[in-house]
Design a binder for this molecule. Sequence first.
Ligand code: FE2
Length: 300
Amino acid sequence: MAMTVSPFVPDGPARRFTAPAGGLPAALRAAYAEDGFLILEGFAEPWRCDLLRERAAELIAGCDPARPATIFSTRDQSHARSAEFRASGSGIAFFFEEDAFDAAGRLMRPAPLAINKIGHALHDLDPVFAAFSREPRLAAIAAALGLETPLLVQSMYLCKQPLIGAEVGWHQDAAYLHTDPPSATGFWIALEDATLANGCMLALAGAHRGALRQRFRDRGGELVLETLDPAPWPDRPVLALEAPKGSLVLLHGLLPHASGPNRSARSRHAYALHVIDGAARYSSDNWLQPAPGRPFRGFR
Ligand code: FE2
Protein backbone atom coordinates (compact mmCIF):
# COMPACT_ATOMS: atom_id res chain seq x y z
CA MET A 1 0.00 0.00 0.00
CA ALA A 2 1.36 3.40 -0.95
CA MET A 3 2.97 5.48 1.75
CA THR A 4 4.48 8.78 0.81
CA VAL A 5 6.44 9.30 4.03
CA SER A 6 8.97 7.17 5.86
CA PRO A 7 6.57 4.81 7.53
CA PHE A 8 7.97 4.61 11.05
CA VAL A 9 9.02 8.21 11.69
CA PRO A 10 6.40 10.11 13.70
CA ASP A 11 5.55 13.79 13.39
CA GLY A 12 5.13 13.97 17.16
CA PRO A 13 3.90 12.26 20.30
CA ALA A 14 0.27 11.34 20.96
CA ARG A 15 -1.55 12.86 23.91
CA ARG A 16 -2.09 10.67 26.97
CA PHE A 17 -4.70 10.67 29.71
CA THR A 18 -4.99 9.19 33.18
CA ALA A 19 -7.19 6.08 33.22
CA PRO A 20 -10.56 6.95 34.79
CA ALA A 21 -11.91 4.89 37.67
CA GLY A 22 -14.80 3.58 35.58
CA GLY A 23 -16.23 3.95 32.08
CA LEU A 24 -15.13 6.91 29.97
CA PRO A 25 -16.03 10.52 30.78
CA ALA A 26 -17.29 12.68 27.90
CA ALA A 27 -13.92 14.42 27.39
CA LEU A 28 -12.20 11.06 26.84
CA ARG A 29 -14.94 9.85 24.52
CA ALA A 30 -14.47 13.08 22.55
CA ALA A 31 -10.69 12.54 22.32
CA TYR A 32 -11.26 8.99 21.04
CA ALA A 33 -13.79 10.21 18.49
CA GLU A 34 -11.34 12.86 17.29
CA ASP A 35 -8.15 10.77 17.13
CA GLY A 36 -9.42 7.21 16.65
CA PHE A 37 -7.32 6.10 19.62
CA LEU A 38 -7.04 6.83 23.31
CA ILE A 39 -4.08 6.23 25.63
CA LEU A 40 -5.12 5.72 29.27
CA GLU A 41 -2.12 5.67 31.60
CA GLY A 42 -2.20 3.62 34.78
CA PHE A 43 -5.06 1.34 33.74
CA ALA A 44 -3.38 -1.85 34.97
CA GLU A 45 -1.24 -1.95 38.09
CA PRO A 46 2.38 -3.08 37.53
CA TRP A 47 1.77 -6.37 39.41
CA ARG A 48 -1.10 -7.23 37.05
CA CYS A 49 1.15 -6.56 34.05
CA ASP A 50 3.76 -8.83 35.64
CA LEU A 51 1.16 -11.54 36.20
CA LEU A 52 0.40 -11.64 32.47
CA ARG A 53 4.10 -11.60 31.63
CA GLU A 54 4.77 -14.51 34.00
CA ARG A 55 1.86 -16.46 32.53
CA ALA A 56 3.11 -15.85 29.00
CA ALA A 57 6.57 -17.05 30.07
CA GLU A 58 4.97 -20.25 31.40
CA LEU A 59 3.11 -20.80 28.14
CA ILE A 60 6.30 -20.21 26.11
CA ALA A 61 8.20 -22.64 28.35
CA GLY A 62 5.62 -25.27 27.43
CA CYS A 63 5.85 -24.58 23.69
CA ASP A 64 7.40 -27.46 21.76
CA PRO A 65 10.38 -26.15 19.76
CA ALA A 66 10.49 -29.36 17.72
CA ARG A 67 7.26 -28.46 15.95
CA PRO A 68 7.50 -26.59 12.64
CA ALA A 69 7.67 -22.91 13.49
CA THR A 70 5.22 -20.40 12.11
CA ILE A 71 6.85 -17.09 11.38
CA PHE A 72 4.74 -14.00 11.74
CA SER A 73 5.37 -11.34 9.15
CA THR A 74 3.21 -8.51 7.91
CA ARG A 75 5.61 -7.76 5.06
CA ASP A 76 4.35 -10.75 3.13
CA GLN A 77 1.46 -13.01 3.92
CA SER A 78 3.45 -16.24 4.17
CA HIS A 79 1.64 -17.05 7.41
CA ALA A 80 -1.57 -17.04 5.40
CA ARG A 81 -0.41 -20.23 3.79
CA SER A 82 -0.05 -21.91 7.09
CA ALA A 83 -2.93 -24.06 8.22
CA GLU A 84 -1.59 -23.44 11.70
CA PHE A 85 -2.46 -19.78 11.36
CA ARG A 86 -6.11 -20.50 10.71
CA ALA A 87 -6.22 -23.00 13.58
CA SER A 88 -4.65 -20.41 15.89
CA GLY A 89 -7.85 -18.38 15.69
CA SER A 90 -9.49 -20.66 18.19
CA GLY A 91 -6.36 -21.92 19.93
CA ILE A 92 -3.12 -20.86 21.58
CA ALA A 93 -0.33 -20.88 19.01
CA PHE A 94 3.21 -19.51 19.00
CA PHE A 95 4.57 -17.36 16.19
CA PHE A 96 8.27 -16.67 15.83
CA GLU A 97 10.21 -13.58 14.84
CA GLU A 98 11.43 -13.86 11.25
CA ASP A 99 14.94 -12.78 12.23
CA ALA A 100 15.21 -15.48 14.90
CA PHE A 101 16.20 -17.98 12.20
CA ASP A 102 19.41 -18.33 10.22
CA ALA A 103 19.52 -18.71 6.43
CA ALA A 104 19.14 -22.47 6.78
CA GLY A 105 15.97 -22.02 8.81
CA ARG A 106 17.49 -22.96 12.17
CA LEU A 107 16.27 -21.17 15.28
CA MET A 108 19.19 -19.13 16.59
CA ARG A 109 17.93 -18.24 20.05
CA PRO A 110 15.83 -19.73 22.86
CA ALA A 111 12.05 -19.53 22.46
CA PRO A 112 11.55 -16.82 25.13
CA LEU A 113 13.70 -14.52 22.99
CA ALA A 114 12.37 -15.72 19.63
CA ILE A 115 8.58 -15.65 19.98
CA ASN A 116 6.89 -12.81 18.11
CA LYS A 117 3.43 -13.44 19.50
CA ILE A 118 1.02 -15.90 21.03
CA GLY A 119 -2.51 -16.01 19.63
CA HIS A 120 -5.39 -15.91 19.19
CA ALA A 121 -7.76 -17.28 21.85
CA LEU A 122 -5.93 -16.63 25.11
CA HIS A 123 -9.02 -14.74 26.32
CA ASP A 124 -11.09 -17.94 26.13
CA LEU A 125 -8.62 -20.74 26.78
CA ASP A 126 -6.15 -19.48 29.36
CA PRO A 127 -7.53 -18.78 32.85
CA VAL A 128 -5.11 -15.92 33.63
CA PHE A 129 -5.72 -14.09 30.36
CA ALA A 130 -9.45 -14.88 30.50
CA ALA A 131 -9.78 -13.25 33.92
CA PHE A 132 -7.88 -10.16 32.82
CA SER A 133 -9.83 -9.90 29.55
CA ARG A 134 -13.21 -10.06 31.23
CA GLU A 135 -12.69 -7.58 34.00
CA PRO A 136 -15.64 -5.20 34.54
CA ARG A 137 -13.62 -2.05 33.81
CA LEU A 138 -13.00 -3.20 30.24
CA ALA A 139 -16.70 -4.00 29.86
CA ALA A 140 -17.58 -0.49 31.09
CA ILE A 141 -15.21 1.09 28.55
CA ALA A 142 -16.66 -1.05 25.74
CA ALA A 143 -20.14 0.12 26.73
CA ALA A 144 -18.95 3.75 26.84
CA LEU A 145 -17.61 3.35 23.28
CA GLY A 146 -21.09 2.29 22.16
CA LEU A 147 -20.52 -1.43 21.69
CA GLU A 148 -24.05 -2.70 22.22
CA THR A 149 -23.31 -6.43 22.45
CA PRO A 150 -19.53 -6.67 22.84
CA LEU A 151 -17.99 -10.00 21.83
CA LEU A 152 -14.38 -10.90 22.56
CA VAL A 153 -13.08 -12.45 19.36
CA GLN A 154 -9.28 -12.30 19.35
CA SER A 155 -6.36 -11.93 21.73
CA MET A 156 -2.62 -11.70 21.21
CA TYR A 157 0.38 -11.61 23.49
CA LEU A 158 2.92 -9.48 21.63
CA CYS A 159 6.62 -9.75 22.49
CA LYS A 160 8.40 -7.36 20.10
CA GLN A 161 11.73 -8.93 21.02
CA PRO A 162 14.92 -6.96 21.67
CA LEU A 163 17.07 -6.42 18.55
CA ILE A 164 14.94 -8.61 16.23
CA GLY A 165 11.36 -7.45 16.99
CA ALA A 166 9.62 -7.24 13.63
CA GLU A 167 7.84 -4.22 12.29
CA VAL A 168 4.09 -4.32 11.79
CA GLY A 169 3.08 -2.52 8.60
CA TRP A 170 0.33 0.06 8.29
CA HIS A 171 -3.07 -1.56 8.55
CA GLN A 172 -6.59 -1.26 9.92
CA ASP A 173 -7.71 -3.95 12.36
CA ALA A 174 -11.14 -4.00 10.70
CA ALA A 175 -9.40 -5.54 7.67
CA TYR A 176 -8.89 -8.67 9.76
CA LEU A 177 -12.12 -8.58 11.78
CA HIS A 178 -14.71 -7.34 9.32
CA THR A 179 -18.24 -6.57 10.46
CA ASP A 180 -21.06 -4.63 8.84
CA PRO A 181 -21.21 -1.93 10.05
CA PRO A 182 -17.55 -1.72 11.20
CA SER A 183 -17.23 -2.39 14.92
CA ALA A 184 -13.81 -3.96 15.61
CA THR A 185 -12.19 -2.23 18.57
CA GLY A 186 -8.75 -2.90 20.01
CA PHE A 187 -7.87 -2.93 23.72
CA TRP A 188 -4.07 -2.89 23.85
CA ILE A 189 -2.30 -3.03 27.20
CA ALA A 190 1.37 -2.09 27.60
CA LEU A 191 2.95 -4.73 29.86
CA GLU A 192 6.27 -2.88 29.61
CA ASP A 193 7.03 0.71 28.65
CA ALA A 194 6.37 1.07 24.91
CA THR A 195 8.61 3.80 23.49
CA LEU A 196 9.73 4.90 20.07
CA ALA A 197 13.02 3.08 20.72
CA ASN A 198 11.46 -0.34 21.30
CA GLY A 199 8.80 -0.07 18.60
CA CYS A 200 5.68 1.56 20.07
CA MET A 201 2.61 1.85 17.90
CA LEU A 202 2.22 4.73 15.46
CA ALA A 203 -1.11 5.99 14.18
CA LEU A 204 -2.50 8.39 11.60
CA ALA A 205 -4.47 10.57 13.98
CA GLY A 206 -8.07 11.04 12.91
CA ALA A 207 -7.78 8.79 9.84
CA HIS A 208 -10.30 6.31 11.29
CA ARG A 209 -12.96 8.38 9.52
CA GLY A 210 -11.70 7.03 6.18
CA ALA A 211 -12.73 3.90 4.30
CA LEU A 212 -11.61 0.34 4.89
CA ARG A 213 -8.63 -0.22 2.55
CA GLN A 214 -8.01 -3.95 2.80
CA ARG A 215 -9.57 -7.21 3.86
CA PHE A 216 -7.88 -10.41 5.01
CA ARG A 217 -10.38 -13.03 3.99
CA ASP A 218 -11.00 -16.61 3.09
CA ARG A 219 -11.34 -17.07 -0.65
CA GLY A 220 -12.06 -20.66 -1.56
CA GLY A 221 -10.09 -21.98 1.38
CA GLU A 222 -7.10 -19.69 0.92
CA LEU A 223 -6.47 -16.73 3.19
CA VAL A 224 -5.66 -13.64 1.15
CA LEU A 225 -5.07 -9.98 1.88
CA GLU A 226 -7.23 -8.17 -0.62
CA THR A 227 -6.94 -4.47 -1.49
CA LEU A 228 -10.31 -2.73 -1.59
CA ASP A 229 -9.00 0.80 -2.07
CA PRO A 230 -5.44 1.41 -3.34
CA ALA A 231 -5.43 5.15 -2.53
CA PRO A 232 -2.57 6.34 -0.31
CA TRP A 233 -3.37 6.71 3.37
CA PRO A 234 -4.84 10.11 4.22
CA ASP A 235 -2.39 12.94 4.82
CA ARG A 236 -2.69 13.03 8.60
CA PRO A 237 -0.04 13.45 11.29
CA VAL A 238 1.79 10.26 12.24
CA LEU A 239 1.76 10.16 16.04
CA ALA A 240 3.85 7.93 18.29
CA LEU A 241 1.61 6.10 20.77
CA GLU A 242 4.20 5.89 23.51
CA ALA A 243 2.57 4.09 26.42
CA PRO A 244 4.09 3.55 29.87
CA LYS A 245 3.69 0.09 31.45
CA GLY A 246 0.08 -0.41 32.54
CA SER A 247 -1.42 1.90 29.90
CA LEU A 248 -4.54 0.84 28.03
CA VAL A 249 -4.61 1.98 24.41
CA LEU A 250 -8.00 1.91 22.70
CA LEU A 251 -7.90 1.62 18.92
CA HIS A 252 -10.74 2.20 16.49
CA GLY A 253 -10.93 -0.64 13.96
CA LEU A 254 -10.58 1.73 10.99
CA LEU A 255 -7.57 3.61 12.42
CA PRO A 256 -4.45 3.10 10.27
CA HIS A 257 -1.64 2.11 12.62
CA ALA A 258 1.73 0.38 12.53
CA SER A 259 4.83 -0.19 14.61
CA GLY A 260 8.47 -0.04 13.69
CA PRO A 261 11.05 -2.77 14.28
CA ASN A 262 12.61 -3.10 17.72
CA ARG A 263 16.36 -2.61 17.38
CA SER A 264 16.79 -1.68 21.04
CA ALA A 265 17.98 -3.96 23.84
CA ARG A 266 14.57 -3.82 25.57
CA SER A 267 11.54 -5.95 24.77
CA ARG A 268 8.10 -4.43 24.31
CA HIS A 269 5.57 -6.90 25.69
CA ALA A 270 1.87 -6.08 25.28
CA TYR A 271 -1.49 -7.81 25.38
CA ALA A 272 -4.03 -6.99 22.67
CA LEU A 273 -7.69 -7.93 22.87
CA HIS A 274 -10.13 -7.36 20.02
CA VAL A 275 -13.83 -6.89 20.49
CA ILE A 276 -16.63 -6.62 17.93
CA ASP A 277 -20.27 -5.69 18.31
CA GLY A 278 -22.60 -8.67 18.13
CA ALA A 279 -25.24 -6.25 16.86
CA ALA A 280 -23.22 -5.97 13.62
CA ARG A 281 -22.96 -8.76 11.04
CA TYR A 282 -19.72 -10.73 11.43
CA SER A 283 -18.46 -11.66 7.96
CA SER A 284 -18.50 -15.36 7.20
CA ASP A 285 -15.32 -15.04 5.12
CA ASN A 286 -13.24 -13.51 7.94
CA TRP A 287 -10.09 -15.57 8.57
CA LEU A 288 -11.09 -15.98 12.19
CA GLN A 289 -14.25 -17.96 12.86
CA PRO A 290 -15.57 -19.25 16.17
CA ALA A 291 -14.55 -22.78 17.05
CA PRO A 292 -17.31 -25.35 16.57
CA GLY A 293 -19.50 -25.37 19.65
CA ARG A 294 -17.74 -22.33 21.11
CA PRO A 295 -19.48 -19.17 19.93
CA PHE A 296 -17.90 -15.76 20.55
CA ARG A 297 -18.62 -14.58 24.10
CA GLY A 298 -18.97 -11.20 25.71
CA PHE A 299 -17.43 -9.88 28.91
CA ARG A 300 -19.52 -12.15 31.15
FE1 FE2 B 1 -3.40 -3.74 14.56
